[in-house]
Write a protein that binds this ligand. Structure first.
Ligand SMILES: Cc1cc2nc3c(=O)[nH]c(=O)nc-3n(C[C@H](O)[C@H](O)[C@H](O)COP(=O)(O)OP(=O)(O)OC[C@H]3O[C@@H](n4cnc5c(N)ncnc54)[C@H](O)[C@@H]3O)c2cc1C
Length: 511
């Protein structure tokens, strides 16, 4: 179980409730805040944990985004007459300090499906609460259920029911208690150096609402077709992912606002509906995916580092030297479209789904790097890094789940398909700015080499062939088939057309 369990070890109900803000940086649709406010005084707490920000999957860009989202929450709490307490250090130390000054309290928070570090920290907090008679309650904010009690066959229905519950308004009057510091540290204080981000998405509640509105009423119509390319996806995708990670708005708010918009469009004459209904249906499907993927990590925390199908463990051993990993991480593989995507991601902190899948496929199949290593590189670059999506996706795009089709993206075909004018590739690989068409996407075929751009680090056709042979040699074994069935029972989607998770049938070609 990825998150710690609800504990209710207590006797008298203290009048003070500490609301521990984590990845739920809002006042709206916040069950923990509502419960606290109904019970008496409320102390809102955010803990900046330097040990978390020193982890190899965290980064400067992620912190700057979170910092902005916390500042936005501070402003909103101030608008309602309160003050957000900021503690820098460990959560347990923060709780000890509150206890020493204010005596007993009750602790409330939202459940978190995080990485191994946050899971361990949650367990420590639970232990401390148990040992000190503090009642600690956690509430669900996503369609993610804890522990072995989950029946995957009922998951989608439960998700719909939960997301259809009424949105909780901000309590009318909150009896805030102010305590301690309110200053957030800078990135430098946390040891985080600037990481090359040039164009970070604006953080905070107002930015999140604006992003949702512009997607639903303006940008989102071509979503279905435009999402596959980084050129069109930049505006046609919702761009809500980092806001969902910070919790500046809730999944329920997004879902219900989308349903409302769907109903408005359905009222229009057919000739005025354009592509909207298809776009929104597809978008709602992806909101389900968010939790569907996170549920996997919640059910099996080990998949942060182990393949879902353990038969693939060690398939890609750590390389002796990290030349390939460095070329991948710096956008110097000699494959122009791959390098363009990597450099764009480094500059913006975001790239569309298909290009994330292509990057991971290139690292895993062509460079034969373990997904745990390339996944860490990508995690740091994603402003929207969400372990519960990231690690299951990373291993799925590397063919190590046993239940998903093996999809190997051709780095060349993707360039032609997703950047047909070559504009994107030229912009992000300026060494090739004078080239076009085949010269641009396959510069190694030219007679005269390009002085400041590397030759391909591997032969993509050869390495694709080798990767298929290696994967399928394992996949065809009876042991792998048996394991795939068990993985499907535990993690598989019961809506095969949406998520395409099933037992393997045949090799997929170059996508
Ligand atoms: C290797 C790899 C790693 C990824 N790592 C992350 C990650 O760390 N954090 C993250 O939020 N997404 C991750 N994704 C999923 C997906 O690429 C992003 O959610 C999406 O690109 C975010 O942009 P958007 O908000 O505009 O998406 P939209 O297309 O507008 O989708 C709306 C929301 O639905 C969810 N969603 C969309 N696609 C997926 C998907 N394929 N799987 C699960 N949820 C989805 C996200 O919450 C997203 O914000 C990863 C995908 C791959 C292939």
């Amino acid at each position: 179980m990825k998150t710690s369990t609800r504990s209710s070890t207590h006797i008298d109900e203290p009048a003070l409730t500490v609301v521990w803000y984590k990845k739920d940086l809002r006042l709206e649709d916040h069950e923990a805040l509502c419960v606290a406010s109904a019970a008496g005084r409320v102390l809102p707490l955010y803990v900046v944990e330097p040990d978390y920000w020193a982890l190899p999957d965290t980064s400067y860009r992620q912190w700057v985004f979170v910092q902005g989202a916390v500042e936005s929450l501070q402003d909103h709490i101030a608008d309602h007459g309160g003050r957000l307490t900021i503690h820098i250090g460990s959560v347990v130390d923060a709780l000890k300090e509150i206890r020493s000054v204010h005596g007993s309290f009750r602790l409330v928070a939202h459940m978190e499906t995080g990485n191994a570090w946050t899971f361990e920290r949650d367990k420590q907090v639970h232990r401390w609460c148990r040992d000190h008679g503090v009642r600690f309650e956690e509430f669900q904010q996503y369609g993610i259920w804890r522990g072995g009690a989950l029946d995957r066959n009922k998951w989608a229905k439960r998700w719909d029911a939960m997301m259809s519950e009424p949105i909780r308004p901000v309590p009318d009057k909150i009896d805030w208690l102010s305590f301690g510091d309110t200053m957030l540290p800078d990135a430098k204080d946390l040891g985080l150096e600037h990481d090359g981000i040039q164009d970070l998405q604006p953080p905070g509640r107002a930015a999140a609402l604006k992003t949702l509105e512009s997607f639903l009423y303006d940008r989102g119509e071509p979503y279905q077709k435009a999402m596959s390319s980084p050129v069109t996806g930049e505006t046609a995708c919702s761009r809500l992912s980092p806001h969902l990670v910070a919790g500046s708005l809730s999944m329920r708010e997004i879902y219900q606002t989308t349903l409302k918009r769907q109903a408005e469009i359905a009222e229009l004459p057919k000739s005025e509906r354009g592509l909207w209904l298809g776009a929104l249906k597809s978008f709602i499907g992806r909101l389900h995916w968010h939790c569907h993927f996170m549920q996997k990590l919640e059910a099996e925390p080990e998949i942060e580092w182990l393949p879902m199908a353990r038969i693939y463990e060690g398939l890609r051993p750590s390389p002796n030297d990290d030349t390939r990993l460095t070329a991948f991480a710096t956008g110097q593989t000699g494959y122009p479209f791959v390098d363009a995507c990597m450099r764009y991601l480094k500059a913006t902190g975001w790239i569309n789904f298909r290009m994330r899948a292509m990057l991971m496929s290139f690292a895993s199949y062509n460079l034969w790097l373990p997904w745990q290593q390339s996944g860490e590189v990508l995690a740091r670059l994603f402003t929207d890094y969400e372990p519960g999506i990231h690690w299951p996706q990373s291993q799925m795009q590397s063919g190590e789940t046993g239940i998903n089709a093996v999809r190997i993206y051709s780095p060349v075909k993707q360039g032609y398909d997703q950047d047909p004018t070559g504009e994107f590739t030229r912009t992000w690989v300026p060494e090739l700015a004078h080239l076009d068409g085949k010269d641009l996407q396959e510069p190694w075929l030219r007679d005269d080499p390009i002085a400041d751009y590397p030759s391909p680090i591997v032969d993509y056709r050869e390495t694709t062939k080798e990767a298929k042979q290696r994967i399928y040699a394992l996949r065809r074994t009876s042991e792998a088939k048996k394991e795939a069935a068990a993985v499907f029972d535990k993690h598989g989607s019961r809506k095969p057309r949406e998520v395409r998770e099933r037992r393997p049938r045949k090799a997929a070609g170059n996508a």
